[in-house]
Design a protein around this ligand. Structure first.
Ligand code: NAD
Ligand code: UD1
Length: 341
């Protein structure tokens, strides 16, 4: 019987939290990561926390031989596919690298899976595929494809490939999870987000201001049509997000083959930038100096999920609150001011 889960990109921020939940739930796990944006340390810490061992394979999803070796050696029942480059600004400067890694790499992965008759995949997509939403909360039926950068377009293209693959072969089951804004860290403070260079996203940047690595937070625009003028997003605790993946696996175990299913993973609640700063200051008693600047190109005013389909299909809801997100993020950052180094 096949019992192993392959997690591509499993050493990354979200992957490490998923691997921990998988090990705790009794799965055997193989992590495939090329460490382009992570280190082995995250998985070594996960192993410590779980008191179990995930196997680490250093390699790329674009390396066919490496995939063949893994699928030949382990009884893989499903692939959780997180491997990818994710910096939006960088993707506009290096589109070929992003399409090569995120899109072509996924084609190689799917071909190898097909060859070994492994036809269950959970794909890490993003709310970015919705572009500027026509209405909020965003349901899975909202229009997609109006993406504004190569990163987002690569996610949209992979979604289309998975859809076509499932239409062509009824043996495939593919769960596309559209994440909203993952933040926070495991409550142990041992694993968390470790961005390389200057972070682009709000919470990692805010954490660096709090530990003195950045002097102030720039709030990108206070003239949006939102309650306080700043951008509104659906922040979701990374541990809730990880648990959503286990429910997606359960769906596969119970119902496969079912073709493609597309599911939002969000809380259904939006918070503005000022609300995030306020929650952070209250929870951690750290002061966050900030100033307003122009809007960031490509940003939208407000975005949050309709989480009902996730509840219906996966029996999953996000449980952790904003206070948990900021407290856990701060615990990670203050215990590891230099990340895993
Ligand atoms: P991350 O960069 O921390 O993790 C991605 C991992 O993939 C890294 O460990 C990296 O080394 C690895 N990787 C990249 N290319 C690879 C390749 N060709 N072969 C093998 N490994 C490779 O990012 P994350 O925040 O954990 O995101 C995980 C996934 O979720 C990504 O696909 C990302 O696009 C998606 N996602 C993330 C967010 C977010 O806000 N963090 C939001 C929506 C979707
Ligand atoms: C961004 C990406 C999105 C990607 C997601 C997760 C853009 C345009 N969008 O989403 O494609 O899927 O990250 O990686 O980059 N903000 C500030 N100051 C900062 C940083 C952010 O005010 O220093 C504001 C933003 O304007 C936004 C909110 O904080 O209103 C959240 O921003 P961010 O964390 O970057 O996430 P998104 O823009 O939602």
């Amino acid at each position: 019987m096949r019992t192993t889960i392959l997690v591509t990109g499993g050493a990354g921020y979200i992957g490490a939290h998923i691997v921990l939940e998988l090990l705790k739930a009794g799965y055997s796990v193989v992590v495939l990561d090329n460490f382009s944006n992570s280190s082995k340390q995250s998985i070594l810490r996960v192993n410590r926390l779980a008191k179990k061992t995930a196997t680490i394979v250093e390699g790329s999803i674009s390396d066919r031989e490496c995939l063949y070796k893994i699928f030949g050696a382990y009884e893989v029942s499903a692939v959780l596919h997180l491997a990818g480059l994710k910096a939006v600004g960088e993707s506009s400067k290096e589109p070929l690298r992003y399409y090569q890694n995120n899109f072509s790499g996924t084609l190689v992965l799917c071909e190898a899976m097909d060859k070994f008759n492994i036809k269950n995949i959970v794909f890490s997509s993003s709310a970015t595929v919705y572009g500027e939403p026509d209405k909020i909360p965003i349901t899975e039926c909202s229009q997609t494809g109006n993406t504004t950068n190569p990163y987002g377009t690569s996610k949209y293209m992979v979604e289309r490939v998975l859809s076509d693959l499932c239409a062509a072969d009824s043996g495939w089951s593919s769960v596309v999870l559209r994440y909203f804004n993952p933040v926070g860290a495991h409550k142990s403070g041992l694993i968390g987000e470790d961005p390389k260079g200057t972070p682009c996203n709000l919470v990692p940047y805010l954490l660096q201001v709090a530990v003195g690595k950045q002097t102030e937070l720039k709030v990108y625009g206070n003239d949006y049509p939102t309650a306080d003028g700043t951008g509104v997003r659906d922040y979701i605790h990374v541990v809730d997000l990880a648990k959503g993946h286990l429910m997606a696996l359960k769906l596969i175990e119970d119902k496969a083959p079912f073709g493609i299913d597309v599911i939002n993973l969000g809380t259904g609640r939006g918070y503005s930038v000022l609300e995030i700063i306020d929650a952070f200051q209250k929870e951690t008693l750290q002061s966050i100096p900030f100033r307003y600047t122009d809007r960031r190109p490509g940003d939208i005013a407000a975005c949050f999920a309709d989480p009902e389909y996730a509840y219906k299909r996966l029996n999953w809801r996000a449980k952790l609150k904003l206070e948990d997100m900021v407290r856990d993020a701060w615990r990670w950052q203050s215990k590891n001011p230099n990340g895993y180094n």
